[in-house]
Design a protein around this ligand. Sequence first.
Ligand SMILES: Cc1cc2nc3c(=O)[nH]c(=O)nc-3n(C[C@H](O)[C@H](O)[C@H](O)COP(=O)(O)OP(=O)(O)OC[C@H]3O[C@@H](n4cnc5c(N)ncnc54)[C@H](O)[C@@H]3O)c2cc1C
Length: 303
Amino acid sequence: MRDLNEYRIATSPEEAVAMLKAGPGKGRYIAGGTDLYLGPPDCDFVVDINQAGLGGIASTNQGDVLIGAATPLQDCVNSKVLQKFAGGEVCKVAGQCGNRPVRTTATIGGNICNALPSADMVPVLMALDAVCFIVDEESQESISLNEFFLGPRKTVLDKRLLAGLALPQDVASWVCETYKLTRSAEDIALVQIAVSMAVEDGALAQVRIALGSVAPVPMRCQLAEEQLVGLKLAEITQDLVEIVSVIAAGECKPIDDHRASAEYRVDMVRVLTKRLICRVLAGHGMDSCKYNDPTDGDNGGAA
Ligand SMILES: Cc1cc2nc3c(=O)[nH]c(=O)nc-3n(C[C@H](O)[C@H](O)[C@H](O)COP(=O)(O)OP(=O)(O)OC[C@H]3O[C@@H](n4cnc5c(N)ncnc54)[C@H](O)[C@@H]3O)c2cc1C
């Protein structure tokens, strides 16, 4: 355990990076602090990014949605811009993170940068092709969220800062469904899943199946997605959806822990993938895959 020697407040993203790199010792960015302050500090100083101009949600003239990394999760829940994007699934998922006091402080950037396999916001953002803006002292980079995670609590950032995210305009009309399987509303997910699809000329042009809590990092099920891309809606049967769901379950690599066994998680990935694919297809006006879904109308826990 270390003593926290200094609390620095940055007024711009570049200044935040410079402050972190300046040392001495190990520094950490702090946004809401709901993760960082859970245990004793593992750093010598922190750099507060709440005054660095990284809060807020806006749409650009092109229709992309920009979300500042220091935006509290409750602002994501309430955002009119996000409510209109892909059926408002980002708002729904944000509303399932912790409880209201936590969401008022916790930020979307902190949820991503803690790089926990169970971070609630990541699967839905992956399923909506989110792009990360990363800032260094004198340079900027944008990368897909799919490439952001290197392992549990490990990201590509090093000492750089996540400034924010963009959701591309062409994704706004996709149909997206999510589900957080959890023991209680405030517990972390046993399985997190987000499925999104775009239809063009009666065929599936884009398919995303993203999972959390079932591998060392949040993941996309690319093999399962590939089975569906290009198919005419009329070609999709319940049997095919079952096969795709089994493939998705085969792609994840969960661990046993005190919350659930790996075997249970794998089977839940199969079940939930099937349910969400059917819900998304129904959202595209296709009822042939409809089956008795016991969680229909159940949006997961929100405290
Ligand atoms: C009671 C409780 C319930 C919770 N429930 C949930 C839940 O249901 N689902 C869930 O997913 N999480 C949950 N959490 C975890 C936590 O609240 C979220 O992960 C939250 O979004 C973290 O955001 P923060 O702003 O507080 O991050 P912080 O604690 O400020 O930072 C977290 C980590 O990210 C780094 N960081 C933060 N912002 C940046 C940035 N812009 N660039 C680079 N690095 C950065 C920090 O250095 C730190 O390592 C819960 C926490 C508590 C205390």
